[in-house]
Ligand binder design. Structure first.
Ligand SMILES: Cc1cc2nc3c(=O)[nH]c(=O)nc-3n(C[C@H](O)[C@H](O)[C@H](O)COP(=O)(O)OP(=O)(O)OC[C@H]3O[C@@H](n4cnc5c(N)ncnc54)[C@H](O)[C@@H]3O)c2cc1C
Length: 423
């Protein structure tokens, strides 16, 4: 079957690629075993759900500190006033209905030798296979002015959707017309390469409607726009012309919360609303469990099973992994990691070999206003010679321009992946 680019994009919006995780053909009952999943985000929830679908006899417990799932994808639209917190907040009931034991708690330690995790409430959970999908934590030791909880509320990152998203939206609403929103972007790699530039579009869309004399200063640590540059510039130099002052190579030194100033190596920038996204690494529990293998930040994995290269029997998913070349830190990718790991765990617990040729795909949409979006897609396959995932040449695509049609696909993508992870 050959697909046109348009058909491929439609298919990506409608499907989350179960079939693409080749090697899951034998989705039989598997043998019983105990799996503990840390983190109920894009990676962890998907993995828990697919283990239960493919091998209902396996006992799956997912530990998540939050009571609900709040999606980062689409959260920038909340900042733009183009959707609500309710629309990105979902329950874990679907997973419970499938037989996943969902425990609302925090994993505070992993005892690798005893094969058990310890919870903040004092309890322990034993496992045969452990899945760690904790997302990111921030390297706040590099930004003394943002270390306190109070400082983080006054200068939010809103890079983990939830309370922070609501706080930043309120600050934007309270800002006077003619005010300045200062947004600092960390050096790549960080969670969601196009996310910062989508955020700029959303805030610009809101200002254009509600506070047309206001300005946006983007302080980017990177030398240039990291993702979909030409497409973002169509909006920045088009409908938002004159609103956005983009300053590359803006390395962050610190933040002065009292003075509402972002301090750069050679400059200081004052604003009415400051939004600083700190540099990131794998979530704290990955550090505590000894899973970090690269730059004291990320976790190395075997891409055929997502098993940690540092600790046997532990699978690491999503943003916490050392990204393979050309692979973004995205919800789409974390969802696909979840499926590879689920298939591998089902196989390993049944004494079968894991698939040696996994193929996965990524789709990232960005909204430039309340309705129009654009996409970038890619396909990644395991390359045995290179021992990593590589992007398949010619398999991906990128929009020519943002459109309302793609905005509809983007909402379709979101609803499908939420169903695929939580339903
Ligand atoms: C503004 C923004 C926009 C984005 N837009 C897109 C997009 O359009 N498309 C896309 O594909 N991606 C997008 N992303 C990226 C996407 O959100 C992440 O890549 C994705 O969430 C990664 O999944 P994960 O499972 O690694 O982490 P998460 O989804 O963050 O899940 C980690 C979970 O683990 C829990 N946890 C961590 N430690 C513990 C512990 N010790 N005990 C218990 N629970 C714990 C956390 O509470 C969290 O729920 C966006 C991100 C941002 C910030």
């Amino acid at each position: 079957m050959s697909l046109t680019r348009r058909e491929f994009v439609k298919w990506m919006a409608a499907s989350t690629g179960v079939a693409a995780v080749a090697g899951c053909a034998d989705m039989g009952t598997g043998s019983a075993g105990r799996v503990v999943v840390i983190g109920g985000g894009y990676g962890g929830a998907t993995c828990a759900r697919y283990i239960k679908i493919w091998a209902p006899d396996i006992d799956v417990t997912m530990v998540e500190r939050n009571s609900t799932f709040v999606s980062c994808p689409i959260s920038n639209l909340v900042l733009g006033g183009n959707t609500t917190m309710d629309s990105i907040t979902m329950s874990y009931q679907g997973l419970k209905n499938r037989g996943v034991r969902v425990v609302q708690d925090e994993v505070v330690a992993v005892d690798i030798g005893a094969r058990q995790v310890r919870l903040a409430n004092g309890g322990t959970l034993p496992y045969d296979r452990l899945v760690v999908s904790p997302g990111i934590d921030f390297m706040l030791d590099r930004i003394p002015g943002l270390r306190s909880a109070d400082a983080q509320m006054r200068v939010p990152h809103a890079w983990k959707a939830g309370e922070q998203t609501a706080v930043l939206r309120k600050q934007l609403e309270a800002m006077r017309d003619g005010g300045v929103y200062v947004f600092h972007v960390p050096l790549s790699p960080y969670r969601c390469p196009p996310g910062p530039y989508e955020r700029v579009c959303q805030v610009a869309d809101y200002f254009k409607r509600a506070k047309p004399r206001s300005k946006i200063i983007v302080l980017d640590s990177n030398p240039d726009i990291v993702s979909k540059k030409g497409l973002f510039l169509q909006s920045w130099n088009g409908v938002y012309k004159g609103m956005i002052d983009y300053r590359p190579n803006s390395e962050l030194e610190d933040v002065d919360v009292r003075d509402m100033t972002v301090k750069l190596t050679f400059d200081s920038v004052k604003g009415d609303v400051l939004n600083v996204v700190p540099p990131q690494r794998a979530g704290d529990i990955a550090v505590k469990a000894g899973l970090i293998t690269a730059n004291q930040r990320w976790c190395g994995v075997d891409w055929r099973s997502l098993e940690s290269t540092a600790v046997k029997g532990v699978h690491v998913l999503g943003d916490a992994t050392v990204s393979a070349p050309g692979m973004p830190k995205s919800g789409s990718m974390a969802n696909q990691h979840g499926k590879i790991a689920a298939a591998a765990i089902v196989a390993l617990l049944a004494g079968r070999p894991v698939n040696r040729h996994p193929v996965i795909m990524n789709a990232c949409y960005s909204f430039v206003d309340g309705k129009s979006a654009m996409h970038v897609t890619s396909v990644h396959k395991f390359d045995a010679a290179k021992n990593t995932m590589v992007a398949v040449k010619g398999a991906g695509s990128v929009s020519k321009m943002a459109s309302v049609e793609e905005g509809n696909y983007a909402w379709g993508w979101a609803r499908n992946i939420w169903g695929d992870a939580l339903g």
